[in-house]
Design a protein around this ligand. Sequence first.
Ligand SMILES: NC(=O)c1ccc[n+]([C@@H]2O[C@H](COP(=O)([O-])OP(=O)(O)OC[C@H]3O[C@@H](n4cnc5c(N)ncnc54)[C@H](OP(=O)(O)O)[C@@H]3O)[C@@H](O)[C@H]2O)c1
Length: 323
Amino acid sequence: MKGFIVREFGGPENMLFEDLQQPEPGPGQVRVKVFASGINFAETRMRAGTYSGQPLPFVMGMEGAGTVEELGEGVSGFEVGQRVFGRARGCHAQQVIFDAEHLMPLPDNLSFAEGAAIPVGWLTAWHALHTVAAVESGQKVLVEAAGGSVGSAALQIAKQHGCWAAATASRDDKLEHARAFGADLLINYTRQSISQEVMKATQDTGVDISLMTIGEATARELMDSMGMDGKVVMFGSTGGKDICFNLSIGILNLQLLSMSISTSPAFVPVTMPSFRESALPLFEQGRFKPVVDTVLPLTELVRAHQMIDERKHFGKVILEVEQ
Ligand SMILES: NC(=O)c1ccc[n+]([C@@H]2O[C@H](COP(=O)([O-])OP(=O)(O)OC[C@H]3O[C@@H](n4cnc5c(N)ncnc54)[C@H](OP(=O)(O)O)[C@@H]3O)[C@@H](O)[C@H]2O)c1
């Protein structure tokens, strides 16, 4: 089989499309024939060598959709040929191994490209809003980078849950997409103050939950947008990792909550079952929509990374494997 392997950290030219050994599923694992895989910001950092804990060599990709080829020992609930999707390292290849606990049946109404657009972005947003922040209907939520993989999912999850949602982006065309997905307040943070716009729209009460996707570049504005007892969920750092805040946040009783879906002990036992039970039916009913910006052939991985760097996308950039 072929796939994109990185043997040395560096630029896009370090992602090599090569013949690789067919992976074999161990106990609790499933081998999947990949039809489509999604691109994530984190992959650009993995390739560059600035993503903590990334060993070499590695096959690129973090999520995908395809059909089951072989079940490892002890796996039940899946059958050969079934359409599936989920998170697995090494998805930018023709075959990949999933841990069965991260694999889900792909709803019939979704294409493989749509399935590949869901796992990382939606599970991160679901974990942040439901498992970490315990979001309640009627709360006010600030979604940073609403055009991003996580942001575009978070916006739909917050709106479906009956929340008021503010969306930020650096481009007006992204904000127009966010409006179509139900955003109540649109903020182009390149020319508007996030906190001023939020306070104006909320009659100075601020938001209950903020999803910190960008980090350093907008952290102060995000903190200044918070309301009493607010929760700041911190998981992204596209705009830098070193944030600074004033301890007067204590007056608002703010809760600063950091998270990673890769290491959270609650992710597999809490977030995965809740996503299977509550989110999958909403995709089946068409009430949740995977957001696909662009579909490219698998061989165009370098172009896909350029698109992430250009920051024009709304939703996901997807790679499709030629069959
Ligand atoms: N902790 C976890 O478990 C977890 C899981 C998934 C993702 N993440 C993190 O969440 C963040 C977002 O991931 P994603 O896949 O949603 O990213 P994405 O689709 O690439 O979107 C990121 C967006 O962030 C905004 N941004 C602001 N400043 C930026 C900068 N200096 N460089 C690049 N983008 C910048 C851009 O939108 P605007 O220009 O419109 O603002 C950009 O499009 C990343 O840091 C990722 O590593 C964490």
